[in-house]
Design a protein around this ligand. Structure first.
Ligand code: TEU
Length: 519
């Protein structure tokens, strides 16, 4: 536990650090769509772009400002799209280029921005570049991937497989590097032509009007192959990826940034910098010339306890703010068990988590289904399909009450538990539902300018209460089992206990969240 000084010291930004949102992506709430499980437009049991287009009105109603869509490019789907065989085409499972053009236009017509998921570290082993590269040692793309006569280090693949990150290729007669599956060979980013070709794939989509990219394991585009992982590396709970963090990555990020910045309209990059340390992660923002945003994984993995959260939030703000770097906040995504389940399943805690996510200083990212309060799905043994065992958070969204829950046919994975009660249809009708709670918090966030800065000042209301002031707005997340008295009389803008909005209150009930202004 940190010292009281760090825990409750003032975290209001100083004059030089005070940052106010000036771009759309600093004000935005971003919603991650995992397209296979969002909505199915063609009835084949797998979600697709048409399904997403049909649900844009729902997302506009919910109040999201942008969608990040997990990969929809041509892919053999060994890693469900994170193995790309053509960066400049859509997989027929999801639609085609005309469908994505329509999606971009229809989203923009509703003031929703579109971010695609760019996978620069590796391609599919079926990508034409790899097929050419593996042919022999002299072809024009011979050095586009990482080939060695013998395994150059002790790295293991991700997903806890225990397998070496090097596979011998008979055809080429050499080993190639793959930080993930053997079907995902790592590109050789030391090669200028690889960099140029990958930057062209960004231009392809920027020209088509996308507003930015989530960038998959972006820290891996530079590596020191001669460095072994420490002996205890594989046993460290969440470090499945060789944790490369080397200086050569920064000029590469600056090239990527300059491509995005050469387009009008504030195109944005948000990097999956899977380094479990805020200080290391912060370096990937450069001095405003590398990533626009970076995911904050120590926060994802925080215990849902006031002291741990306070520590992570303080550390993030203390490190990012002086650099002029804009924080992001995520609780769930397509790789980790749903936070509702991680936090024990309780609905009241999930409501508190939502209030926190949507009132912290920076850009929040929601993962599809958290607004429905979905639990992790239980996947029977014979239906597990993901090599990383992440199917439980990738279960299809229940849209309706009844058989198939609004899907035209039985989808590719089983539904999460209590799918009728958690469905959009059921929750739409119930103003007291989790869905309405998220929507209301987003409305409050949008119309409250105090929530669009990086100011945050802790308020000490007890160890199990996460409480902070954002300008004049007080947020009280009571994670304790007792009622807490407030420092004064306030009027809730949002209250997880219904019926309190607009009233004068002086305390917050156990396991309740309040966003309020002074009376
Ligand atoms: O994830 C990278 C990553 O760090 C994950 O492998 C994480 O360690 C793991 O999922 C925890 O179980 C990205 C994508 O988000 C993931 O879906 C891909 O499988 C991976 O890259 C490879 O592209």
């Amino acid at each position: 536990m940190g010292s009281d000084k760090t825990m409750f010291g003032s975290h209001a930004a100083t004059e030089g650090e005070r940052l106010v949102a000036s771009t759309w992506w600093q004000r935005a709430v971003v919603y991650q769509v995992y397209p296979r499980s969002f909505a199915d437009g063609n009835g084949d049991g797998v979600g697709d772009l048409l399904g997403l287009i049909e649900r844009l009105d729902h997302l506009a109603w919910l109040g999201v400002d942008a969608v990040w869509i997990s990969p929809v490019f041509r892919s053999p789907m060994a890693d469900f799209g994170y193995d790309v065989a053509d960066y400049c085409d859509i997989d027929p499972l999801f639609g085609d280029l005309a469908t994505i053009d329509r999606l971009i236009a229809d989203a923009h017509a509703r003031d929703i921005k579109v971010l695609l998921d760019w996978v620069p570290n590796h391609t599919s082993d079926q990508h034409p570049w790899f097929l050419e590269s593996r042919r022999d040692r002299t072809n024009p793309k011979a050095d586009w991937y990482v080939w060695r006569d013998r395994t150059a280090n002790n790295w293991l693949t991700a997903f806890n497989s225990g397998q070496p990150a090097w596979t011998y290729d008979e055809q080429r007669g050499q080993y190639y590097l793959h930080c993930f599956l053997a079907q995902q060979p790592d590109l050789n980013w030391d090669h200028p032509q690889v960099q140029d070709a990958m930057l062209d794939t960004l231009r392809f989509w920027l020209d088509r009007g996308v507003d930015g990219f989530r960038m998959d394991v972006i820290h891996l585009i530079a590596k020191h192959l001669d460095e072994d992982d420490p002996a205890d590396f594989a046993s460290k709970k969440y470090s499945h990826v060789p944790a490369n963090d080397v200086p050569e990555v920064h000029p590469r990020l600056r090239r990527i940034r300059s491509v995005l910045d050469s387009y009008p309209g504030d195109r944005v990059s948000v990097g999956e910098v899977y380094l479990l340390d805020e200080e290391r992660m912060a370096a990937y923002y450069g001095s405003g010339d590398e990533l626009h945003l970076s995911f904050n994984f120590p926060f994802v993995w925080s215990q849902f306890r006031a002291d741990d959260l306070r520590h992570r939030i303080s550390r993030t703000l203390d490190i990012l703010r002086p650099r002029g770097a804009w924080p992001t906040w995520v609780l769930s995504n397509h790789d980790v068990p749903r936070h509702r389940t991680r936090y024990g399943g309780d609905e009241a805690l999930a409501r508190i988590a939502a209030a926190m996510l949507l009132t912290l200083p920076g850009t929040p990212f929601l993962y599809q289904g958290e607004e429905l309060g979905l639990h992790e799905a239980e996947i029977p043994h014979d239906r597990i399909v993901d090599p990383g065992l992440r199917d439980g958070c990738r279960a299809p969204l229940p849209w309706a009450i009844g058989r198939h829950h609004g899907w035209p046919s039985d989808p590719w994975l089983p539904f999460p538990p209590d799918a009728d009660a958690h469905s959009v249809e059921a929750q739409h009708l119930d103003e007291d539902s989790m869905l309405h709670w998220y929507r209301h918090l987003m409305q409050v966030r949008r119309r409250t300018p105090q929530l669009h800065t990086l100011d945050l000042e802790w308020v000490d209301l007890g160890a199990d209460v996460l409480a902070y002031r954002r300008g004049g707005v007080l947020v009280v997340l009571n994670m304790s089992s007792v009622t807490v008295d407030l420092p004064g009389i306030v009027v809730p803008l949002a209250s997880s206990i219904r019926g309190l909005e607009g009233l004068h209150i002086t305390s917050v009930a156990p396991l309740a969240a309040v966003v309020a202004v002074p009376a």
